[in-house]
Design a protein around this ligand. Structure first.
Ligand SMILES: Nc1ncnc2c1ncn2[C@@H]1O[C@H](COP(=O)(O)OP(=O)(O)OP(=O)(O)O)[C@@H](O)[C@H]1O
Ligand SMILES: [Mg+2]
Length: 337
């Protein structure tokens, strides 16, 4: 399944090795200082947090958007730790009616955080329900029904809403505009991923990694910490069984070759996609449906899971006539065979 690819940025079962649905807390940075990369965002958050604490108020509502696996959920918990407050976690699809939030909102203490993941999937009715909560820390709810129905306004404690989404474009502008801070997370640089690896190595109590092995893992991680940590675990297993625990450059290459991951972080599906355009369609331009039909793949899968990274690294161009390989892609493919 395309979803279970080792280079997929979306969360998989193996990303949460110990228990539960989340990566063990201990593997995640808990404070802003321990959070690597996203320098601009870290600065904005530091200022917002300090300003809020000087005024003795909760931080402004925060919207984090960007591709999966870049640290949105992690940051929500980081902000909670920095504010020394609790975080109540829910998600867009889990909320069907405004009243689903009443219990949580009324239980929250000043400065607590409400984290809504996948906030683009919030139903309209819930969205409208939280506007007054966001703006004036107030909610209305109806007591009784029919003739005796009575609308009661409830004053909430000041709180911070943190919303996360991979699809910011799907948010209504009304909702977007109610966040004081909105920030898009970017892909990480290789050096940033290297420091994330270094930190993870410490936590996994691994010591034997050579610097070039670290670079090699980072380069194959598609700019994404989640993929980076997943590759590290595979490499660690390989090194333990085949290389006396030593993680060197050769071990990385061999381990990831077994997983079908090459030096750009591409896997078999990515390569099949590129080769289809090159061999069958002479480099393009060609429509996505034609590529999908040739490969016997679902076009949605290709569009969501294969194309974004190829576009990002400049191997693919999307033109009005269809998909087209770039010169870089052609050169790279020619170098491969
Ligand atoms: N800056 C970072 N430093 C260290 N580890 C990080 C960083 N960013 C992300 N991670 C790690 O990467 C993994 C994925 O992060 P997280 O779950 O926060 O991503 P996300 O943006 O919420 O993804 P999704 O969109 O799928 O919900 C976690 O294991 C987290 O610890
Ligand atoms: Mg998340």
């Amino acid at each position: 399944m395309a979803k279970d690819r080792i280079v997929s940025a979306t969360e998989q079962v193996e990303d949460a090795p110990a228990s539960g649905t989340e990566t063990p807390r201990s593997m995640r940075p808990t404070h802003l200082d321990g959070f690597t990369g996203q320098a601009a965002l870290r600065q904005r958050l530091r200022i917002a947090l300090d300003a809020a604490s000087q005024r003795n108020e909760p931080m402004e509502h925060l919207l984090l958007h960007g591709p999966p696996g870049l640290g949105k959920t992690t940051l929500a918990h980081v902000v909670a730790n920095e504010m020394e407050s609790r975080v109540f976690v829910t998600s867009g699809p889990a909320l069907t009616r405004g009243s689903d939030l009443v219990g949580t909102l009324t239980r929250m203490q000043p400065g607590d955080i409400l984290f809504i993941d996948e906030i683009h999937r919030l139903p309209v009715s819930v969205e409208e329900y939280i506007y007054p909560a966001m703006e004036d820390f107030k909610i209305d709810f109806t007591l009784d029904s029919g003739m005796h129905a009575k609308v009661v306004t409830y004053q909430l404690k000041p709180f911070t809403l943190i919303g996360a989404t991979t699809r910011a474009g799907l948010l209504t502008s009304a909702l977007r505009s109610r966040f004081g801070i909105s920030h898009r997370l970017d892909y990480y640089e290789v050096e940033e991923l290297e420091s994330i690896l270094e930190r993870a190595m410490g936590q996994m109590e691994l010591s034997a990694i050579t610097p070039d092995a670290r670079v090699r893992i980072a380069e194959r991680s598609r700019g994404t910490p989640r993929i980076c940590l997943r590759l590290l675990r595979r490499v660690r297993d390989f090194a333990q069984v085949r290389n006396a625990g030593r993680i060197d450059a050769a071990a990385v290459t061999d381990a990831l070759e077994l997983e079908g991951v090459d030096e750009l972080g591409l896997d078999a599906l990515d390569r099949a996609y590129l080769r289809t355009i090159q061999k069958i369609y002479k480099g393009g331009p060609v429509g996505l449906e034609a590529i999908a039909a040739t490969m016997g793949e679902d076009s949605g899968t290709l569009e969501d899971l294969v194309e974004p990274y190829l576009l990002q690294i400049g191997h693919l161009a999307r033109t009005r006539q269809g998909r087209q390989l770039t010169e870089a892609a052609t050169a790279w493919l020619d170098g491969q065979s």
